[in-house]
Design a protein around this ligand. Structure first.
Ligand SMILES: Nc1ncnc2c1ncn2[C@@H]1O[C@H](COP(=O)(O)OP(=O)(O)OP(=O)(O)O)[C@@H](O)[C@H]1O
Length: 265
């Protein structure tokens, strides 16, 4: 089967007035269609850089990205991006906000408008369609952002800490909703998060990055009993805490190592 995403030897060097810095080095990675992969790592290890490269927003210094076998040269319609901030337009209604991506790409058809209404309904937002973002809670606004991302029917979702600004209860609710919505549609997802329990509860495998330079250090396969549960229920599985602790220890080791690297710079 063709990989949904394939990264070949991706290296990113940022050049600033302070000189060149190696943000990520020789990352190789494949995401299979329908897979949900978590990405964790210390602050500044290059997680957002990696997502931006997959999205085609940054051309890597070297290496290639392929989406379903096609080399990425610019942003691809097959990839949707969801961020911590919802970036809804305050002067547009919820319905008008979810149509933005379709408008920008010239895909505003009757069928697509109907699909937008269907998604708003499915995600419990039907009553809000004529309201404005300021009238909605943070959790509802993030649901709107999810609809806006899904309505363009991307095969791959890049999720950059989408729930980190929400209160804990809302975050748990949205984890379940996102997981069920993506699974039902067979989407491929790469989730960046600082919350280890979120990564374990939502993912099929978790990748741990190291810093200075950013590399993939470790891959942890999430055991079946966790994967078969919803993210909320997964936290009750006997296997959950050992995996959580393994990732925690791995991150602790990365922090120690990068501390040494920082001191040597
Ligand atoms: N546009 C840029 N120009 C120069 N340096 C950059 C740029 N973007 C990121 N960097 C640097 O590249 C490194 C990786 O940054 P990046 O934002 O990808 O890390 P991150 O793992 O997503 O961090 P965090 O977890 O804090 O969000 C950091 O050292 C950052 O300062």
């Amino acid at each position: 089967m063709e990989a949904a995403v394939r990264l070949n030897e991706i290296t990113q060097v940022y050049v600033t007035e302070r000189g060149a810095s190696l943000a990520i080095e020789e990352i190789n990675l494949s995401l299979e269609p329908g897979e949900f992969v978590g990405l964790v790592g210390p602050s500044g290890c290059g997680k957002t850089t990696l997502l931006s490269i997959i999205a085609g927003l940054i051309r890597p210094t070297s290496g290639t990205v392929q989406i379903f076998g096609e080399t990425v040269e610019s942003p691809s319609g097959k990839v949707g991006y969801m961020l911590q901030q919802d970036y809804l337009f305050p002067w547009r209604t919820i319905y008008q906000n979810v149509l933005v991506g379709l408008e920008l790409t010239g895909q505003l058809t009757k069928a697509n408008r109907e699909y937008a209404l269907h998604l708003l309904n499915e995600l419990g937002l039907a009553d809000t369609k004529d309201q404005y973002p300021s009238q909605l809670s943070g959790g509802m606004r993030q649901r709107v952002a999810l609809v806006r991302t899904l309505v363009t029917e991307p095969d791959i979702l890049l999720l950059d800490e989408p729930f980190s600004a929400l209160d804990y209860q809302t975050k748990l609710e949205l984890e379940d909703l996102l997981s069920a919505t993506l699974k039902a549609r067979g989407k491929t997802a790469l989730l960046v998060t600082h919350d280890i329990s979120e990564a374990v509860a939502m993912s099929d495998r978790v990748l741990v990055m190291g810093r200075n330079p950013g590399i993939l250090r470790k891959e942890i396969i999430i055991p079946e009993p966790i994967r078969h549960e919803t993210p909320f229920k997964a936290r009750e599985a006997a296997e959950f805490h050992p995996i959580f602790n393994q990732i925690w220890r791995e991150l602790e080791t990365q922090e120690r190592k990068s501390g040494v690297n920082d001191a040597n710079r």
